[in-house]
Design a protein around this ligand. Structure first.
Ligand code: CS2
Length: 474
């Protein structure tokens, strides 16, 4: 006999979750990763309910509409080899459409708002291969012009009446910061939680770099009042599927339209100041360090670098998930070769690379986490710049070929070429440029795509020759 359970609406009253905490943090980029990571850490360490999060979407408003309808609540499913654990998370106090600049301005003008966290994905910082703000990108140029005009009209980005349309994270946050300056609401921390090299500097480039284009006075205020914190963030969070929605409803009885699936593991390393305070994230295991570089490199090269290699080499071999790829002999051999190269440049004490690699392999093998290679393969042009290029360069500087890292690049080139032959457009923020280059073939194509990642490497005939020789070996 099947017992029919009544499905309950998910809200704070019915779920018995405390009322929403007052907002002290603003988040930009309301996706699954924010909810499995920063929102989870905050929920773990805030028993007095002092640190509510107001989360804004990055692009479409959809995630905010869904979450707002459930009072900001969602189920976090921690999925291990042994089973699932379900918890209802309440640290998000409010969810808004990222285009709702009036809300953003109001919250950033409030002295109680102490922290802005950001997860908008790598390309959304609009930085060039040199790490500087790409001021000639049409969206950046349009946002800079809109802010400049507003500044010229009001002398302070006074936006009481009408708001401009701003597309980029940098411009939206800058508008909010300008309002904070006008309100004299004090200093604040901006915390990038995206997988970028020196993500604090990247956020500074995206925001402060734009302020430089708008007004010297505003740029000075940002320099004096905004602390850009560097972080290394880690928690594998695949896309939620329909089957997950059904499993959550079955296990909890709640009709949750936005659950998040994640692994039990999580890690957060931070470096920088919080001039207006912060939640005690260290109580949930976050680590504060002076020098983030070694931790960031360990994570970006060993975890993310491996992910990108597996994403392309795995899909070229017809594989679907990370767990499938680490079950494939050729993929794991390539993975180990890449890891050996990267590890040679991770020598700082305390990194414990052998244990880190072993733990990564078992995380990747968690077959209950359906982490799609296709999802990881998106935006390769930005990701490989930080995941494979630094290892290749370090290997060559040490007098070696860097074949392991070059193979990740070769896999990307072949993957793009195959996709193009099938008539599919690359899932990449630089798709237009890539489509143009994919008209080329042979060594010309290899050289052009290596140049997209790094101009010096593209000009190095030995590197281009090596990458080219590794193509087609899947
Ligand atoms: C992945 C990351 O999609 C990707 O590019 O490499 O999202 C990865 O799963 C996370 O950084 C894990 O912490």
């Amino acid at each position: 006999m099947t017992v029919q359970h009544e499905v309950k609406t998910l809200n704070r009253t019915i779920a018995g979750v405390s009322p929403a905490a007052p907002v002290r943090m603003v988040h930009i980029g309301l996706g699954a990763f924010h909810r499995s990571h920063q929102a989870w850490y905050t929920g773990q360490v805030d028993p007095e309910h002092q640190w509510g999060i107001a989360a804004f979407t990055g692009r479409s408003p959809e995630a905010a509409t869904t979450l707002a309808a459930q009072d900001g609540l969602y189920t976090l499913v921690e999925r291990s080899d042994d089973g699932d654990e379900f918890s209802i998370m309440g640290s998000i106090s409010a969810a808004y459409d990222g285009a709702d600049l009036a809300q953003l301005v109001a919250l950033l003008s409030a002295p109680d708002t102490a922290v802005v966290t950001v997860t908008v994905t790598e390309p959304a910082y609009h930085l060039g291969a040199d790490g500087r703000l790409n001021a000639s990108s049409p969206v950046v140029a349009a946002d800079a012009a809109a802010l400049k005009e507003l500044w010229a009209q009001s002398g302070s980005l006074d936006v009481n009446s009408s708001f401009p349309t701003l597309a980029t994270m940098g411009a939206r946050v800058l508008l909010g910061l300008a309002a904070r300056r006008r309100a004299d609401a004090g200093p604040i921390a901006v915390v990038s939680c995206d997988n970028l090299t020196s993500n604090g500097s990247a956020a500074s480039e995206a925001i402060h770099g734009l302020a430089d284009l708008v007004s010297d006075e505003l740029a000075r205020w940002v320099a004096d009042n905004v602390s850009f914190v560097d972080t290394s963030v880690d928690r594998i969070t695949p896309r939620t599927t329909d089957a997950d929605l059904a499993a959550v409803q079955k296990a909890t009885g709640f009709d949750d339209a936005a659950p998040v699936i994640t692994e039990p593991f999580s890690n957060w390393v931070l470096s920088g100041n919080f001039p207006a305070g912060r939640p005690a994230w260290e109580k949930a295991g976050a680590v504060f360090v002076e020098d983030i570089a070694p931790f960031e490199q360990r994570k970006l090269w060993l975890l993310n670098g491996a992910h990108s290699l597996l994403a392309y080499a795995g899909q070229l071999r017809g594989l679907r998930t990370v767990a499938d790829a680490v079950g494939d002999f050729s993929c794991t051999a390539e993975l180990e070769a890449f890891w050996n190269e990267a590890s040679a440049h991770l020598n700082q004490p305390g990194l414990d690379i052998p244990a880190y690699r072993a733990a990564l392999l078992s995380r990747f093998r968690n077959a209950r986490i359906e982490h799609l290679l296709e999802q990881i393969g998106a935006d390769g042009s930005t990701k490989l710049r930080m995941r494979a290029v630094p290892v290749l360069r370090a290997e060559r500087a040490a007098g070696r070929t860097g074949e392991g890292a070059a193979r990740a690049i070769a896999a990307w080139v072949d993957f793009l070429a195959h996709q193009h032959d099938d008539g599919a457009r690359p899932a990449d923020a630089e798709a237009d440029r890539l489509v143009g280059l994919l008209q080329l073939s042979g060594m010309d194509l290899t050289k052009a795509l290596v140049t997209v990642l790094n101009a010096d490497l593209g000009a190095d005939a030995a590197v281009v020759g090596l990458v080219h020789s590794l193509r087609g070996s899947w």
